[in-house]
Ligand binder design. Structure first.
Ligand code: NI
Length: 188
């Protein structure tokens, strides 16, 4: 099944998500549904808080951009209880968007290298380093677990310019090809 996507302004997107343990109910089904929702809404990544669950899981599949970024062709991963333990390298500006903030893209500055510890869908532990586009997507999704959105990271000037656009989005003024949950609406 696919979940509706929670939209900017909803408080669940601002919560720090909680770790889960191995016997979290229907975990495999949830991960499958997270992927299905991501594919349906044509995202590169999706974090559990975006479907209304404040738990530390996100999924990524880089296939949609594999033509431009061949290294992402097989980059399909599930991150459970993830913790970024190091960030380093130069800051790089790159255009980002988010399924929770439809029709808006902005340049975001992020560090180029990360180290991340997490469990995968088979509950295997990993301690890995990433750079480039992969590090970019991971950082964006990971931020969702800490209640951080990419628009928080734009320059103060851009932030002022975005204010009315974000207010409109949180009122439902956007075009999205997927179901959504607006601020104030209940998560089922
Ligand atoms: Ni996002």
């Amino acid at each position: 099944m696919t979940y509706p996507i929670v939209i900017y302004g909803h408080q669940i997107l601002r919560k720090v998500a909680e770790e889960i343990d191995k016997d979290y109910p229907n975990l495999n089904q949830f991960i499958e549904d997270l992927f299905e929702t991501m594919y349906h809404s044509e995202g590169l990544g999706l974090a559990a808080p975006q479907v209304g669950k404040s738990i530390r899981i996100f999924v990524i599949d880089g296939k949609p951009v594999a033509e431009d970024e061949p290294s992402l062709a097989d980059f399909k991963k599930t991150f459970i209880n993830a913790h970024i333990t190091e960030k380093c390298g130069d800051f790089q500006l790159m255009n980002e968007g988010c399924l929770s903030i439809p029709n808006l893209r902005e340049e975001v500055n992020r560090e180029s290298h990360i180290r991340i510890k997490y469990y995968d869908e088979n509950w295997e532990f990993h301690d890995e380093v990433y750079d480039g586009y992969k590090a970019r997507i991971i950082q964006h999704e990971y931020d969702h677990l800490d209640g951080i959105l990419f628009v928080d990271k734009v320059s103060p000037l851009r932030k002022r310019l975005l204010k009315s656009k974000l207010a409109a989005i949180s009122k439902g003024k956007f075009d999205a090809e997927y179901k959504t949950i607006l601020p104030g609406q209940k998560i089922k």
